[in-house]
Design a protein around this ligand. Structure first.
Ligand SMILES: Nc1ncnc2c1ncn2[C@@H]1O[C@H](COP(=O)(O)OP(=O)(O)O)[C@@H](O)[C@H]1O
Ligand SMILES: [Mg+2]
Length: 330
């Protein structure tokens, strides 16, 4: 991937995910002119079974609400990997691409979830040998004395080889300026990106403004991270869909009155605006807490016997306890 891919949501040229579906389920046979040599035919034929790889990845992506720009970008990367493979089979230039990325967005917008799917896709496509995700933050990288940070960082890079090293709140590495050990971690990471080229992918994640500032302050950085992805806050409707999905995953159903109550609450929470709202993580906490409240309610209501199956599945308005005081940053 060359250049900077700043995928944004809501762009007018968004391709609906369904369109990808259609293409994959009914792959066009390659149009081959009779003059194309056999080797090219073989290369194209070999590549076709790989369509299955994306179908699997797409299934996982489809479970995520919204994020259309990211789903499109995943398909773009998949297509590029496929074509690069075919090009190399017929002797065309196919330099390995740089896939280090920056994920920008508030908490709970799906950054870690997407990173896991990316790792899996790269493993299936043969770019990464293991496809695991090592998720770290400043405290894991930064040590207490000179040399300690470099060692800790190198150890984590080693652990991530064959997979993805995901640094959450990466901007905090630049927090203390030149004298801070965070600088040593950055320098070690940059060196590892050169020395262990193509052996791991580095993803830096964090709040948008902070990540922009971080990249600005480290002039060598932007060119090392050609893929920059925005993770926008979810709309209230998307958060409701996410809640319903989370309930369903756990074999629960939200009653319409419960959904209405949650919707009104989310509208208020999102409007407060003073703090970064933790999006899908917030609603996950709400759902998990509601499940506990429902359990208590049912035990009280049915002290003698067992509630029916439907009752065991139903989350009612009164089960939603919405005084969650989550930790928010100022
Ligand atoms: N688009 C989405 N659809 C469904 N669930 C989501 C979506 N985005 C995030 N989640 C869920 O929300 C929770 C927090 O997501 P996570 O990836 O950890 O966010 P981040 O890393 O940005 O803080 C996880 O349980 C994840 O599965
Ligand atoms: Mg995360």
């Amino acid at each position: 991937m060359s250049g900077r891919v700043a995928a944004r949501s809501g762009s007018s040229n968004e391709r609906p995910a369904r369109q990808i579906n259609v293409i994959l389920r009914n792959p066009e046979p390659p149009v081959v002119s009779p003059s194309v040599p056999d080797t090219e035919l073989q290369a194209a034929a070999k590549a076709i079974p790989q369509q299955g790889i994306f179908t699997e990845i797409q299934k996982e992506l489809d479970q995520l609400i919204g994020l259309h720009h990211i789903k499109d970008l995943m398909y773009e990367i998949y297509a590029l990997l496929q074509i690069t493979g075919m090009r190399s089979e017929v002797g065309l230039l196919s330099d390995p691409q740089v896939y280090h990325m920056v994920f920008k967005g508030n908490p709970g917008t799906g950054k870690t979830t997407v990173a896991r799917i990316v790792a899996k896709m790269f493993q299936r496509m043969g770019v990464l040998s293991k496809g695991h995700l090592v998720e770290v933050e400043r405290a894991d990288l930064v040590g207490e004395y000179i040399g300690h940070t470099a060692q800790k960082t190198r150890d984590l890079v080693k652990k991530a080889l064959g997979g993805i090293l995901f640094i959450d709140e990466a901007y905090s590495l630049a927090r203390g300026g030149e004298k801070d050990f965070g600088k040593e971690a950055i320098d070690t990471l940059v060196k590892a990106m050169e020395d262990q080229k193509n052996q791991f992918i580095l993803i830096l994640a964090g709040y948008s403004d902070e990540m922009d500032f971080f990249l600005q302050c480290n002039p060598g950085m932007p060119s090392r991270f050609p893929i920059v992805i925005d993770f926008p806050d979810y709309t209230v409707d998307q958060l409701i869909q996410i809640s319903e999905g989370m309930a369903k995953e756990r074999d629960y159903i939200l009653m319409p009155q419960a959904i209405l109550k949650l919707k009104q609450h989310l509208l208020r929470e999102k409007c407060e605006g003073e703090y970064a709202f933790s999006n899908a993580r917030y609603v996950r906490n709400v759902i998990e807490r509601s499940i506990r409240s429902q359990a208590v309610r049912l035990l009280m209501q049915y002290s003698g016997g067992s509630p029916g199956k439907l009752e065991l599945m139903t989350l009612r308005q009164e089960d939603l306890k919405l005084d969650l005081k989550e930790e928010r940053r100022p």
